[in-house]
Structure formats: C-alpha cells, structure tokens
Design a protein around this ligand. Structure first.
Ligand code: Z5A
Length: 217
C-alpha cells in the first residue's frame, strides 16, 4: 500500500489557515481520499494535555527554549501515535500547524537559535516531515483584527497567551514565515491570505491537484 501524503498549514493569527485546512480536507474527501485532519499543539491524548498547559494561560514565566521543548514533546507523541500510523495506512494527513510554527513563534519571534531547532527537528521528526506546506501570509494588523472579531463573536472566548503579544512580535512572526518559504521553495507554497475564503481555497486545490496528480483520480 502506498503511504499517504502529509500536508501542513501555517500562518500567523487570523491568517485563515484552519479554515483552509478544513476546506482542503473536505475537497480531498469528495474525490475519495481518506483524510485525517489534525492540529498542533495537540492531535493525540498526550499532546492535547500539553496543549491545555501551553494555551491555558496559567504557566509561570518561562524562556522560549522551554516552550519549544514542550511543543516538541507534544509533536513527538502526535507523530508517534497519530501521524505516522495514519500515513503508513495510506491515509492523507492534513495538519493545522506543525514544526514551522515552532520556527516562527519560538525561533524568529521568540529568539530560540535556528541550530537548536534544527537539532530538535532532527531528533523528533527525522524523515517524517511534510510533503507540502501552505503558508498563509497576511499583514499582522489584518490577521489580528480577524482573530479579535472572531473572539468577540464567540461569547466567553478568552484571548490566549500567544494572541496577546505585541504587534512587533506578530511582525517578526510574519518575517519568520516568509524566510521559511524562501528557504524551502519546493516544500512551501506561500499563499496571499488577504483575499476571500473561496479564491484561496480554489488556489490551494489547484496546487494540490497538480502537485499530487498521480495520487488523485
Ligand atoms: N504555537 C507555537 O507557538 N509554536 C508551535 O510550535 C505551535 C503553535 C504548533 C495555537 O493556537 C497557538 O500555539 C498559536 C501558535 C502557537 N498561537 N496563537 N494564537 P490555536 O490553535 O488556538 O489557534 P491558531 O492556530 O493561532 O489559529 P486559529 O485560531 O485556528 O486561527 P487561523 O487558523 O489563523 O484562522 P481561522 O480560524 O481559519 O480564521 C480566523 C477568523 O478569520 C475566522 O473568523 C474566519 O471565519 C475568518 N477568516 C478566515 N479566512 C478568511 C478570509 N480569507 N477572509 C476573511 N476572513 C477570514
């Protein structure tokens, strides 16, 4: 049995990556592909526990490297118990955030050196990296405004610790993602996330159906 494909979605707050990850999963299912839609941090029972810790807003102050290690601890379990078994069974895996989020948030924006992240990726991910990554690029202000509007629309939704950081942090984050896209053009597809949901979904589907033409009937 052929192994499945692994596709990740990345971007800053309000970039619309969760919306597009869901849309691609639906589109692939329509053409008969068995898709697992998952997310980080999370995607397995242990990793969801770490998600609760990281996003719960109750952690004592800690350095970005400690945060990176927690994201990688969650990722190790997510890969071991969810992603690798699904790919081995021939399923496609679409993941809302993966290791590029650590590169952008804890690395480019948080200051963890790239060499430390290289070592963690080597140790935890090895050869199990994504076949393709869509990086949804949006101006930091526009993305934050979208995230705020959504939070206000969902009564009782608290701002999470990652959203509350300053605009300058979100601008460094954006530059971090642009650098990842420039460094790995074969894997990464930079998507202008400023237009509507439909045209973005159409562009992503076009790329997927061309890139994986042999797998999609
Ligand atoms: N994090 C980290 O620091 N390091 C790591 O290694 C990992 C993660 C893996 C997880 O938060 C946090 O963890 C995240 C990074 C950090 N920081 N934050 N915040 P999360 O999982 O709770 O949430 P998120 O990943 O940041 O994003 P999200 O809430 O899922 O939002 P989104 O994916 O960017 O967007 P969306 O949900 O698809 O859309 C947001 C709103 O915009 C919504 O109302 C949509 O209807 C609307 N939208 C979507 N697309 C459009 C377009 N095209 N036009 C207009 N409006 C749109």
């Amino acid at each position: 049995m052929a192994a499945g494909r692994f596709i990740t979605f990345e971007g800053g707050e309000g970039s619309g990556k969760s919306t597009q990850a869901r849309r691609l999963a639906e589109r692939l299912r329509e053409v008969g592909i068995d898709v697992l839609l998952t997310r980080e941090p999370g995607g397995s029972p242990f990793a969801e526990q770490i998600r609760g810790l990281l996003l719960g807003g109750t952690l004592a102050p800690h350095p970005p490297i400690a945060e990176a290690l927690l994201f990688f601890a969650a990722r190790a379990d997510h890969l071991e118990t969810t992603i690798r078994p699904a790919l081995a069974a021939g399923r496609w895996v679409i993941c809302d955030r993966f290791a590029d989020s650590t590169r952008a948030y804890q690395g480019a924006a948080g200051g963890v050196p790239a060499q430390s992240l290289d070592m963690l990726e080597q140790l935890v991910i090895g050869t199990s990296g994504p076949d393709a990554t869509f990086i949804l690029d949006i101006d930091a202000r526009t993305g934050l405004a979208r995230a705020t509007r959504r939070r206000e629309a969902i009564e009782g939704t608290e701002i999470d610790p990652f959203e509350s950081r300053a605009l300058a942090f979100h601008e460094r984050l954006r530059q971090g993602y642009l650098a990842i896209a420039a460094a790995e053009p074969r894997r990464c597809v930079l998507v202008d996330a400023s237009s509507g949901v439909e045209p973005i979904a159409k562009g992503i589907w076009q790329t997927v159906s061309q890139r994986f033409a042999g797998d999609i009937r």
